[in-house]
Design a protein around this ligand. Sequence first.
Ligand code: HEC
Length: 444
Amino acid sequence: MLEFPVWNVRAAGGGWVIGVIAIFHVFVAQFAIGSGLYLAITETLAVRRNDQPVLAFLRSYSNFIMLLTTVFGALSGVGIWFAIGNVNPTGVSALIHNFMFFWAIEWVVFLVEIAIAFFYYYSWGKVSQRFHLQLAWLYYGIAFLSLVVINGILTFMLTPGDWIHTRNIWDAFFNPSYVPSVIVRTAITCSLAGLFSIVVCARIKEEGLRVRMLHYSAKWLMPSFFLLPVFLYWYFTTLPPAVATLVQNGIDNIGAGNLSVLTRLLLLIMLLSVTIYVVSLLGPFFNPRSFSFGFGLAILALGLVVTGATESVREMLRKPYVIYDYLYVNGALKTVAADSSRYGILRQNKWIPERSITDENRLVVGEQIFRVQCLSCHTPSGYRSMTDLAQGWDREFIYNRIASLQATNLMPPFMGEDDERRALAEYIGDVVGAPPSSLTAANQ
Ligand code: HEC
C-alpha cells in the first residue's frame, strides 16, 4: 500500500478529472464502433441498389467519422491514461500487471483500426467496390474487437468473480458480467451510430436524400430500445449481491420519493433514454421532412448526458473499491486493510517525510494523512467535502467517527494508529472550524 504519491486536484477531486475525459471518450469511442457497422451495412445496401447519392453521402460522412475517431478518440484515450495514471496509480498498476497482454492487443487493434479508417476513406473510388466493402467490414470487425478486449478489463473492475480466489487471468477476463456487458455495449454503439447519423443527415442539402437518410438512421436506435431492457436486466443479475441490492434500493426509492444520488441518476437515465427514443420516432423516423439540425444536436446532447450518467452509476456501484472486493479506491488492498497489524501510515508511506507526530507537526501530518487515506474520495472544502459532511462536529466526535468509517460500506477502514487518527481528527476539526481541543489549545 501507499507506493505512490497522491495528486491533489483541489476543489474538484481527482474523480472528476477522470470522469469528464472518460465520458467524452466513451461517447466517441462507442460511436466509432457503431459507425463502423453503419458504414458497412449502409454501403452494402447502397452498392446492391447502385444508389449513387447514398454512396456519395457515405464518402463525406466517412471523412467526419475518420477525423472524429482518430483525432478526438485517440487524444481523449491518451487523456484517460494520463488521468487514471495520476489519480489512481495503484489501480492502474494492478490492471496493467493483470492484463498486460490484453492491453498490448488493445493498442495493436487500435492502431490497425486507425490505419483501416484512413485507408477506407482515401480509397473511395480508387479501389474496386467489392474491395472497398471488404474494407468497411474489416474496419467494423477490428473496431468490435477493441470493444471485446476493453470490455473484459472494464467489467473485471466491478465483477472480478472467481479471480479473487484463483488469480487466473481467464477468470478475470471472462468474468460474470462479461457477456451481458458486451451485448449491452454493442446495442449502445448502434444507438450512438444512429444518433450521430441523424445529426449529420439533417444537414444533407438535397431534400429527397435527407428525408430518406433521416428515416433510415432513426432505425438504428430501435434495436437497443427493445433489447436493452432485457440485457440490462441480465447484466444486473451478474452483479455482486451487495451491488445488486444498491441498484434495487435505488430503483425502489424512485417510488418512495427518497432521492439519493444513485436514484436520481437512474431516474435521469430512464427518462432521458425514453425521451431520446420517442423524439427519434416522432422526428426523423415519422416526420423526417420537418426535422432540423438543431433538434438533432439536442438529442445527441441527451445521448451524451445518458452516457455520462451511466458511466457515473457504474463508478458509483464500485465504491469503495477500484477493483471490487480486492483494491480500495485509496490504493489499499482489502486484505491489508483487514489486518490492523499492518496499519501505521507514517511507518509505511514513503511520501510523508515526518516519522513521528509532535505538537508542532500534528496538523501538517494530519493533512498528509487526509491526502493518502481520504483524498481519493473527498476534498477538504470542495466537492464531497469535509466542510459539508462533518459540518458542526467537534474534534472528539470526529476522532471517534474515523474509527467506524467502514461501517458505512462506502469507505475503507481508517488504517492508521491512534496518534495518526488523532492528528487526522485535529486537521479535519480545523477544516470544519471546530472549537480547539485540549491538544490544540495547549499548543496555542
Ligand atoms: C472510497 C471512497 C471514500 C474514501 C477513501 C473515504 N470516504 Fe468518506 N465517504 C465516502 C462516501 C461515498 C460518503 C457518503 C457521502 C455522502 O453521503 O455524500 C462518505 C462520507 C463521509 C463522512 C460523513 C458521513 C458519515 O457517515 O459520517 C465523513 C466524515 C467521511 N466520509 C470521512 C472520511 C475520512 C476521514 C476518510 C479518510 C480516512 C474518508 N472519509 C475516506 C467515500 C469515501
